[in-house]
Design a protein around this ligand. Sequence first.
Ligand SMILES: Nc1ncnc2c1ncn2[C@@H]1O[C@H](COP(=O)(O)OP(=O)(O)OP(=O)(O)O)[C@@H](O)[C@H]1O
Ligand SMILES: [Mg+2]
Length: 336
Amino acid sequence: MTNTDILKKLFIAFAKDDKEEFYRLAEEYIEREKKKKHNIVAKELKEALYSSKISTKSIVGRNYKNNIPIPRDTEKGFPLVEIKEYELDLDSLILPEETFQILNQIIKEFRDADILATYNLKPKNKILFCGPPGTGKTYSAQVISSVLNIPLIYVRFDSIISSYLGETAANLRKVFDFIENGTWVVLFDEVDIIGKNRDDHYEHGEIKRVVNNFLQMLDTFEGSSLIIAATNHQHILDPAIWRRFDEIVYFDLPGESERLKLFELYLKPIKKNKIDLLEYAKKTEGFSPSDIKMACIEAIKYAILNDKDQLTPMELDYALSRFKERMNIRNRGRKK
Ligand SMILES: Nc1ncnc2c1ncn2[C@@H]1O[C@H](COP(=O)(O)OP(=O)(O)OP(=O)(O)O)[C@@H](O)[C@H]1O
Ligand SMILES: [Mg+2]
């Protein structure tokens, strides 16, 4: 078949609204370009092909091709993973430039895996996110999944750990088997549960086994997915875990300039009157992005419920003072 033949068939498929045939032919054409080592052309065509909403579905379709049922806990039958789709922009993620660049690089490598492959290189696909609560670890995984246009598989670690000895390993295996059959962004959230030691209510030996199991499965993982593990207790993770990851990203509390951007982002929905956001960025040291978001939402609510269409320092100050009170209570609880 010549290229013209393919194009002709492609047009016919389009005219007949035969989506499956259309995508098959388009993919074939792209493959030909790749074989000719026209990698950039192939990449551009692929991006064009998958740039619309319909295409999102077709990528999803590829994931579900084998129609493997969602893995479930053997004993209790609850699902071990959740599949989620998001529509989030990179712009909605406020991070220091270096952190942002690391994430961007991960996205680029993954997106251009085909090009890397022609040089016998692989994208980084095992990433560890760590840092304090509310700094955007879970959120970043959601953004990455949106930007890559690949669904997110959310794995809650505590649901994997079964009270029945031995089930845990089986559960993990099921999750990995499922993942290996598609292309996903996989988030193992709150993995610290496996790193917790003695004072935990799980038996020590069992936890060690779980850690070893997880590491082995990470080591031998061959799928085309991007695996992200997240924790806010990096200090209690087994040192052996660290070596298993291609990249470790630390999410720190935001500095003044990030806090300013966060205020701008989360107060965007409302008009502001006499508010100097920089002043607020200065006086919110120690706030996480999530704290700032919550305080902004509170302030907007006060304004709206008081029949104002503009936000003034009064509402924002009130929201922040309420928030600081909350933080005090939280810290008191911690010291006990
Ligand atoms: N860097 C950020 N930029 C913009 N918004 C953020 C950022 N970090 C957090 N948020 C907002 O706060 C919410 C909660 O953050 P997220 O769940 O990602 O925190 P986390 O780091 O996973 O915390 P934890 O360690 O408690 O799981 C997010 O859904 C998002 O709306
Ligand atoms: Mg989280």
